[in-house]
Design a protein around this ligand. Structure first.
Ligand code: FMN
Length: 384
């Protein structure tokens, strides 16, 4: 493992992850869709925003603490749902959950996890569960009951995946899901023996090929195989009625993830959502989507008082988190930034990524003249 202390920012972690992972897996994580316009825009939009810093503002003692869904935490972050994180590190989902717990922030366990949700619950800390509505709603609702029984605090329903994303490079690399064995993918894996033995080999020795662990009996397809039928595919006919039904069935905080329009945000809140995630899915779905940071102000203005507004997509620096909060988000979900850390050093690597972001956020507050997150406001920002 490279010394984490010499990896000074998320870009360093990204490059270290690139060396460690087979190309197909790295690109599955790192890249966008089609021409990657949205991926570039996610960064460009953050970079267009600058601070008008306030000086001599008594910021010697600073707090990054916030309250999310009635619970206080020391950092305004949660880990985004990302599947299959277990492909980057042996039992990567558990490692991410433990890293989050050690930093006192929620971990969002994805539907398409390689580690079963009941086992992730054992990692401790604050746990949210991300739900994709499956074509067969009965299976989705049974899953929901398991989530409740396992004690998850909040439900995050993802609503921005109306169709299968066009990730051309995955197909080119032979790493479209399910992964189809090919000479190209095989050579790629052989060139990365640390991953082959340290990740895939360990699964095979200990529990067999990684599977869609949360799926119902008979649908736990291995990563190289198709499920027996369409029942556990994301339902293309997901509508607001599903959000309404979920609200009836789930008593805890309900968070709707993948909203980019103020009218959709309002609708989610009218149907009883407690939170929304302003997100373009990290530019992994719709290549012509607006960046979430550009979409945020209108949404925060529309629902900011009535629901908890979260944001993700493109966060690579603590200053990005400050920009999101200044624009009206309460906290952010950390996506690839945590995965790069995970790929490099498991739990310790993911924690390193979170600590880097926290330290950068703290410095941003100091420079911007803010002793705490609630003093971040739009008056501190300008757009280039
Ligand atoms: C490898 C990977 C897998 C993901 N899987 C899911 C998923 O299963 N469900 C979901 O709602 N979002 C998923 N996402 C999107 C993230 O939750 C989040 O919206 C996105 O990563 C944020 O953008 P960022 O990575 O640029 O920070 C995934 C993202 C990545 C990178």
């Amino acid at each position: 493992m490279p010394s984490l202390a010499r990896l000074y920012n998320i870009d360093d972690l990204r490059l270290a992850a690139k060396r460690r992972l087979p190309k197909g897996i790295f690109e599955y994580v790192d890249r966008g869709t089609e021409g990657e316009t949205s991926l570039r825009e996610n960064r460009a939009a953050f970079e267009r925003i600058r601070f008008l810093p306030r000086v001599l503002a008594e910021t010697a003692t600073r707090s990054l603490g916030t309250t999310l869904f009635g619970k206080t935490q020391l950092l305004p972050m949660a880990i985004a749902p990302m599947s299959p994180s277990g492909l980057l590190w042996h039992q990567g989902e558990l490692a991410l959950a433990r890293a989050a717990a050690s930093m006192g922030i929620p971990y969002t366990s994805p539907t398409e996890s390689m580690t079963v949700l009941e086992r992730v619950a054992g990692a401790g800390g604050r746990l949210w569960f991300q739900l994709y509505i499956w074509k067969d709603r009965r299976h989705a609702y049974e899953l929901l009951q398991r989530v409740e029984r396992a004690g998850y605090e909040a439900l995050v329903v993802t609503v921005d995946t109306a169709t299968i994303p066009n990730r051309e490079f995955n197909s080119r690399n032979g790493f479209a899901m399910p992964i189809r064995p090919s000479i190209r993918a095989g050579l790629d894996v052989l060139r990365h023996p640390r991953w082959l033995f340290g990740v895939l080999g360990r699964y095979v020795m200990e529990e067999g090929l990684p599977k869609a662990a949360n799926h119902p009996e008979g649908y736990r397809n291995a990563i190289f195989a198709e499920p027996p039928d369409d029942a556990t595919r994301i339902a293309p006919d997901t509508t607001w009625d599903d959000v309404r039904d979920l609200r009836r069935k789930w008593n805890g905080p309900l968070i709707v993830k993948g909203i980019l329009r103020a009218d959709d945000a309002k609708k989610a809140v009218q149907l009883g959502a407690d939170g929304i995630v302003v997100s373009n899915h990290g530019a992994r779905n719709f290549d012509s989507a607006i960046s979430s940071i550009d979409a945020l102000p209108a949404i925060a203005d529309a629902v900011g008082e009535k629901a908890t507004v979260l944001l993700d997509s493109g966060i690579r620096r603590g200053s990005d988190i400050a920009k999101a909060i200044a624009h009206g988000a309460k906290a952010v979900l950390i996506g690839r930034a945590a995965l790069y850390g995970l790929a490099v050093g498991g739990e310790a690597g993911a924690r390193h990524a979170l600590k880097l972001l926290a330290s950068e956020l703290d410095k941003t507050l100091g420079y911007a003249g803010c002793p705490n997150l609630s003093s971040l406001g739009r008056d501190l920002l300008v757009k280039k």
